[in-house]
Design a protein around this ligand. Structure first.
Ligand code: PGA
Length: 262
């Protein structure tokens, strides 16, 4: 595991974007697993900047980690009133770059039969040749995507019930400003499983801010446990890079030998 610590969120985001860009340069039709949330926004801004300088996304294929159940993109609503992750990706990345809509995959929160949708999503990932680089944040409860505490490390794409902690974090970050009450928020999501994520050829995990320091230390240095599903990174067999800002790294005691500060 390579742990890279940057002084600021901006530097962290630029570094993360450079890893994505390198993956695309090496393999222009690569498959990138994308994440939503506040953490990757800076990375997406940097990718948009690169595109404005001519960087080409025309052959890139993407699969998003998750989507709320019962929610779908509705472009007739203003962005802040549309809580779908599909809309987030559209606004924060896709509409600003030359990615082909047919190459973009976000779980369909409005799927009539979510179970069979989840199976088909796994099949699509496999048919695309698997994920070359998976972007990941980390939730305050240690989750990867919506793999809440207790999710099996063998889990696949499925419907998951969100924990109180996640509902609370999402409410504060997104729903409050849309005037949506806690009761009205979606309580379930479609999420790639930990097993699905662990099959990616490379992982890029990001975290910033002091509020993530404790959970980052648990995930990277604590026991490997499905109570902190991101601790699965410790048993991950592929190439893992963790990019942190100084504040999120503050709880780490023993940095891995490969870790470096810049
Ligand atoms: P955040 O969410 O980037 O908004 O902190 C991360 C996550 O829940 O995975």
């Amino acid at each position: 595991m390579d742990i890279v610590i940057k002084e600021t969120y901006l530097e962290m985001s630029k570094y993360a974007a450079s890893i994505v860009a390198e993956t695309i340069i090496k393999k222009p039709d690569c498959v990138i697993g994308l994440a939503t949330g506040s953490t990757p926004i800076g990375t997406y801004r940097e990718l948009i900047r690169l595109h404005r300088e001519g960087f080409d996304f025309s052959r890139v294929r993407t699969f998003n980690l998750d989507e709320y159940l019962g929610v779908g993109m509705d472009l007739s609503k203003p962005y802040h009133m549309d809580q779908s992750y599909a809309r987030f990706m559209y606004e924060e990345l896709f509409r600003h770059i030359n990615i082909k809509p047919e190459n973009v995959h976000v779980p369909d929160g409005l799927a009539k039969d979510p179970e069979s949708f989840c199976r088909a999503y796994e099949e699509k990932i496999a048919k695309a040749g698997g994920i070359d680089l998976q972007l990941l944040g980390i939730g305050m409860d240690g989750h990867w995507a919506f793999n809440e505490p207790g999710s099996s490390f063998n889990s696949r794409t499925r419907v998951e019930k969100l924990t109180k902690q996640t509902l609370n974090d999402n409410y504060e970050a997104f729903y409050k400003k849309a005037g949506i009450s806690r009761e009205e928020m979606p309580h379930y999501a479609i999420t790639m499983g930990i097993g699905t994520i662990l099959e990616a050829k490379a992982i890029l995990m990001m975290a910033n801010g002091s509020k993530k320091a404790e959970i980052i230390a648990k995930a990277l240095e604590g026991p490997v446990t499905n109570e902190v599903t991101a601790s699965a990174i410790q048993i991950y067999q592929g190439e893992a890079t963790v990019v942190l800002d100084r504040e999120a790294a503050a709880g780490l005691k023993q940095l891995a030998p490969s870790s470096h500060c810049t």
